[in-house]
Design a protein around this ligand. Sequence first.
Ligand code: 13P
Length: 252
Amino acid sequence: MRKKLLVGNWKMNKTPSEAKAFALGCKDMVDYAVAHGIDVGVGPTFVCLAAVKENAPKDLIVAAQNCHFKPNGAYTGEISIPMLKEIGISWVILGHSERREYNGETSKVCNEKIKALLAADMTPLYCCGESLETFEKGETKAWVKTQIEEGFEGLTAEEAKKIVVAYEPIWAIGTGKSATKEIAEDTIAFIRGVLRDHFGAAAEEIRILYGGSVKPGNVREYMSQPDIDGALVGGASLELDSYKGLIEGLVG
Ligand code: 13P
């Protein structure tokens, strides 16, 4: 039985004081989620990680939005896994479409990062998803299959189980044009099938989230689908009221 999961990807939003205010205000809703067997987390920017970690309830998962795969060195502007680990961060979002588009992040680089995170006993949240053009050409499945196979390259089934996947069609991100629950389920079930081909029964334990214009008003639809285990949410995760609405939607 896969545990439901909600992760708010804050992207480039919130200053440290704003992030701290959210952390201080989310205790009741995190307790409520935990009482219902749901994992909840947020992905603040690097400069907000410590403020959230220090002020949030311990059950709130705090994820970085990126990391480097090398432990240290001459990589100006980068953040390493040991740096994150030292401030108590154990989850990292990888391969988000915005980082793929603006920062040249490839599935192969994500694979290096996934291996480094697993070696550090941390959890990668690996994103995949197609552009509108790819969707309209009917090539979604071939596209995400490559992203999944390159991201999971060289892993054992035991390692694969520790990864969380998010399927985020680019055309649904920040557009208000969310994928229907049928489209989301179809692609996510397909992704699970790809994982099954490579890792067998371990695929049933891998959590796969949907992301793209998820709101308190539509999250229940996705959660009604057999292969969708939760949501990766941008805009609607920024305010406490809306975040609470998302948790309520996951509860049922
Ligand atoms: P929105 O929920 O704002 O569409 O963003 C989705 C997303 O990119 C989460 O990673």
